[in-house]
Write a protein that binds this ligand. Structure first.
Ligand code: PGA
Length: 248
């Protein structure tokens, strides 16, 4: 695992954006696995700025997103499709048809999951998969449990995830209780993984990912079995590792 410990959120965002930009420049037809949540917002801002400065083009890029709330329309302001449009897609030259987010309204969820996996396989998996991490160690919406789920699936969100995400909704009851999530198989199938984390409340999850036992109780820990992972964390998210003497 290649580790970058950055001073703060902005430095973390800039470093993560550099890793993505390098991939896009190196391989202008690459497949990007993309993530939502508050952590990557700054990363996308840098990418949009660099696109506007003429340093990057997303014209040949295809993207697959990690997850989507079940039951939210694409234009719902908390849907992950809406997030991707407003934080990245609407501001760069990516071809809309080349972006894919699970369909939160799919009438046949099992079919949507199977088709999503078939699509990812048809692309040859992501060249670079961006991941945030939940406070409980989840990646995508692969919540802690007693086994890993390989395929794209419908997840019952953990209470702690509903609690954490309620900050984006008017009330806690408005937070969807289920989501579509890419499985561990597609995440581990990516050629390279970029894990980003910011803030003290991620310090345990980052520590458990890097130093804890590898297993489904901390889904992020499986990344230690991936041959090409880049972790970019700010000092606050890195604090438990720093205390444990890990010094990149
Ligand atoms: P956050 O979410 O970036 O909003 O903290 C990350 C995640 O839950 O994967």
């Amino acid at each position: 695992m290649q580790i970058f410990r950055e001073k703060d959120y902005d430095a973390m965002s800039r470093r993560a954006a550099q890793v993505i930009a390098a991939e896009v420049v190196h391989n202008p037809a690459c497949v990007l696995g993309l993530a939502t949540g508050s952590t990557p917002v700054g990363t996308y801002k840098y990418l949009v700025d660099w696109y506007k400065a003429g340093m990057l083009s997303f014209k040949g890029i295809r993207s697959v997103n990690l997850d989507e709330y079940k039951g939210l329309t694409p234009d719902h302001d908390q849907s992950y499709r809406y997030f991707m449009q407003s934080n990245l897609f609407d501001h760069v030259d990516i071809v809309p048809e080349n972006t894919r987010v699970p369909d939160g309204l799919a009438a046949d969820p099992a079919r949507e999951c199977a088709e999503y996996d078939a699509y990812i396989r048809s692309l040859g998996y992501a060249d670079l998969q961006l991941l945030g991490i939940g406070r409980n160690g989840h990646i995508g919406f692969n919540e802690p449990g007693d086994h890993f789920v390989q395929e794209t699936h419908v997840v019952d969100l953990a209470e702690s995830t509903i609690e954490a995400n309620s900050r984006f909704f008017a009330t806690r009851d408005d937070v969807p209780k289920q989501a579509f999530s890419m499985g561990i198989g597609a995440i581990m199938g990516a050629k390279r993984v970029l894990l980003v984390a910011s803030g003290e409340d991620k310090a345990d999850a980052v520590y458990n990912t890097v130093c804890g036992p590898i297993g489904p109780q901390c889904p992020g820990s499986i990344l230690r079995l991936h041959p090409n992972v880049v972790l970019v964390a700010d000092e606050a998210a890195f604090s438990r590792l720093t205390a444990a003497g890990v010094n990149p």
